[in-house]
Design a protein around this ligand. Structure first.
Ligand code: ATP
Ligand code: MG
Length: 722
């Protein structure tokens, strides 16, 4: 065994060390943000290997994202300094599930080279099933079924196990039957969706005890990070594998449970002690990440939640800078202020890689990204595509490009059959053949083709309508205001409607992004200059540098830390998000508050909160009120920063202080609280949630939002970032 003073143990406190050295039997580390839970896991892996308790291949460690897995591998490698051969099984539930499933694919009706469907393919397949069953697809959209099926898979429910009441919610009680048919089709296609990676592994283990036994004996030690966000399927999977040896170490923080909407169950924490009697529970109380003010702000905020397991947190760090709260006139000014602060930090020598901007919904990124491009500040978007690379934005841009430049073949081809107009591959091939032969653009070729008998009447009619529409839109370029034209194009083409009809969780976010796109047009004199701007933004990523600001959603920020964290958009309706409140009431509010808590606790030295008094929502400017979460911060640890010198906004012709007045120098005025109370009493749907949209764009991207979804931009067409 390694000497007790092994270098990798020296950096731990007594409790951390206890968690590392208690290698046998179940261990639950229940501790707050920044207390070193992840560090404990990494050290534990090193310890198991260094003491010879396990060979690397006998250790299974589960992280929440692929990125976290890569980092953990790196850190274990450093701790061990090349002592060990091979690597532990280290990855997300889905990555590990895939690895196991490929080895035994034939036992669940697949071949080892099965394909993993992305969201688009998954939806397409469900559409086919729905159509084949004669279910009205307009009334019962595939995306909605996808939501149900994902939910069932999160709970490890096979079609036969779906509770009747839930099956009844889709297509007059046919939900479970469609789910069963969908599973059959997957097998025929030799494909699995994300949910299957775990559900099918569980089935594999249950139906083949000898295989389960093989893995149970292989994985002598199992470790799980971010345990508070595991769902039922993940829990069952873990329990099956850990049952024999019981050497399972889970670390988590109930105050950071932020994926309840996706099926995560905080109760898994309570269940752990029940299912693994005799578990050693370790509590870590010293926060090593943040200054005292930041920690005080985060602790005070989260204390407003009920039903917490309860923890003590302390820091021996200096008080540091107070958490700042800054009001802006509107979201554009907010982005400008953030940009200025970052430039100021940069001028003082702070690396950009130590700065993060954490937003509630992905649509908030647009203004920040635009501002950064103007300032020439390098940035990266973590956990999803950049704003202009999102599926719906690329589609919309393709419409606009084809309107401005009818010779833009890529743009035309992208949307010729989006939404579906019956212009399938055969039509596209015919157009390509003509275009190539005559050396002309696709749209021009299409104009010739519709005059012939080459296409069947239906596609010919559809294509003719589309061409007529494009001709009309192009002719309006000179006369119609460009924002109006863009809205017209998206509406007349049926594109907006396509998402309006879509009842999936992600559709609302997509519509929100489309609105944000239209809004961004206002900042440019015409469509061509806007499109040029977009191509510049898209190009900015080529400018490779590691020293970049990170922009991401709060959901994607879990487990990470930065010296400086910017938290824009702390307004009622946006954050807490109205949709979460509407759908889940008190529980929804508490999950939003945990998200705020996660946001603040990402900061080591500086946390900077912003709110805007005006935000454009659903195409309309609305005045907003600061988030109740701002109210819930301890006065002693926050500082309301003075707004910069008063100046008049050309476009609105008012001084910012006209509007700032209610929460000008003292944002805690009773007047403001009265305003909030009033708004809530009025039904409280004023802000982002007003049109039933808003919400969850970020977290729900890639409908199921699985690890890879968040991290690799899963489910989005086109170039993924990084
Ligand atoms: P989160 O809940 O946010 O995931 P965590 O509990 O996993 O946080 P870590 O990320 O492991 O916390 O640790 C937070 C920071 O504190 C890291 O920078 C880590 O290196 C540092 N740290 C942890 N333990 C110690 C220690 N004993 N001495 C010095 N630094 C430590
Ligand atoms: Mg961690």
């Amino acid at each position: 065994a390694a000497a007790p003073t092994a270098a990798y143990l020296a950096g731990l406190n007594a409790e951390q060390r206890h968690a590392v050295e208690t290698t046998e039997g179940p261990v639950l580390v229940l501790a707050g943000a920044g207390t070193g839970k992840t560090r404990v896991l990494t050290t534990r892996i090193a310890h198991l290997i260094a003491t010879g308790s396990a060979r690397p291949g006998e250790i299974l460690a589960v992280t929440f994202t692929n990125k976290a897995a890569r980092e953990m591998k790196e850190r274990v490698g450093i701790l061990l300094g090349g002592i060990a051969e091979g690597m532990p099984w280290l990855g997300t539930f889905h990555a590990i599930g895939t690895k196991i499933l490929r080895r035994h694919a034939e036992l669940v009706g697949l071949k080892s080279d099965f394909t993993i469907l992305d969201t688009d393919d998954q939806i397409r397949l469900m559409k086919q099933v729905i159509q084949a069953e004669g279910v009205d697809e307009k009334r019962w959209p595939a995306r909605q079924l996808a939501g149900f099926i994902d939910g069932w898979k999160n709970r490890a429910l096979a079609p036969a196990q779906v509770p009747a009441g839930e099956a009844a919610a889709f297509a007059g009680g046919r939900g479970a039957a469609l789910y069963a048919l969908y599973q059959e089709r997957l097998k025929i296609l030799n494909a699995a969706d994300f949910g299957d990676l775990l559900v099918e592994s569980i089935r594999l283990f249950r139906e083949n005890p000898e295989i389960l036994a093989q893995y149970q004996s292989r994985f002598r030690y199992m470790l799980v990070d971010e345990y508070q966000d595991t769902n039922v399927a993940q829990y069952l999977w873990l329990r099956l594998l850990a049952q024999a040896r019981r050497n399972l170490c889970c670390v988590g923080d109930d105050d950071q449970s932020i994926y309840g909407w996706r099926g995560a169950e905080v109760d898994n924490i309570l269940r752990f002690e029940h299912d693994f009697p005799g578990a050693v529970v370790v509590r870590l109380e010293r926060n090593y990440r943040s200054t005292a003010h930041i920690l005080a702000a985060a602790s005070h905020l989260i204390a407003h939640n009920e039903g917490r397991l309860g923890k003590t947190l302390r820091t021996e760090d200096e008080p540091g800078e107070k958490v700042t709260i800054t009001g802006a006139w509107d979201s554009e000014e907010e982005a400008r202020l953030v940009g200025e602060e970052i430039e100021a930090l940069q001028a003082k020598g702070h690396p950009l890689s130590e700065i993060a901007i954490l937003v509630r919904i992905s649509a908030q990124m647009r203004e920040v990204e635009d501002r950064f491009v103007q300032l020439g500040l390098p940035y990266r978007v973590i956990g999803g595509p950049r704003f202009y690379e999102r599926l719906e934005i690329r589609d919309a841009l393709a419409y606009l490009r084809a309107t401005v430049s009818p010779a833009d073949d890529l743009a035309f081809e992208r949307i010729v059959n989006t939404p579906k107009r019956g212009l399938g591959d055969a039509t596209i091939q015919a157009l390509h053949a003509h275009a190539r032969a005559a050396g002309i653009p696709l749209m021009q070729a299409a104009r010739l083709v519709v005059e012939t008998e080459e296409l069947k009447p239906k596609p010919r009619g559809a294509l003719r309508d589309l061409l007529t529409a494009f001709a009309r839109w192009s002719s309006l370029l000179e006369t119609m205001p460009h924002t109006e034209l863009a809205e017209t194009v998206l509406e007349e083409s049926g594109y907006t409607e396509m998402w309006q009809r879509d009842r999936s969780a992600e559709a609302a976010g997509r519509l929100e992004n489309l609105k944000e796109l239209i809004r961004s047009l206002e900042e440019f004199p015409d469509l061509p200059s806007f499109l040029e701007h977009v191509s510049l933004v898209m190009d900015a990523v080529e400018n490779e540098t590691d020293d970049r600001v990170s922009i991401m959603t709060l959901h994607a920020a879990k487990g990470l830390e930065f010296d400086t964290v910017f938290l824009p958009g702390w307004e009622e309706g946006l954050f807490p998000n109205q949709r979460a409140l509407d759908e889940n009431g008190r529980a929804g509010l508490e999950e939003e508050r945990r998200l705020a808590h996660v946001g603040i606790t990402r900061a080591r030295r500086r946390a900077k909160i912003y709110f805007a008094s005006n935000r454009r929502i659903h195409g309309l400017w609305q005045s907003t009120i600061p988030s109740r979460f701002i109210d819930e911060l301890p006065e002693a640890s926050v500082e309301v920063t003075e707004a910069p010198a008063a100046y008049t906004y050309g476009g609105y012709g008012r001084s910012r202080f006209d509007v700032m007045e209610p929460f000008g120098s003292s944002y805690r005025t009773p007047g403001w609280q009265r305003a909030q109370a009033h708004q809530r009493a009025q039904g409280g749907r004023g802000l982002i949630g007003a049109g039933g949209g808003g919400g969850f764009a970020a977290g729900r991207g890639g409908h199921a939002g699985f690890d890879d979804a968040r991290e690799e931009g899963f489910g989005q067409r086109g170039r993924s970032q990084d």
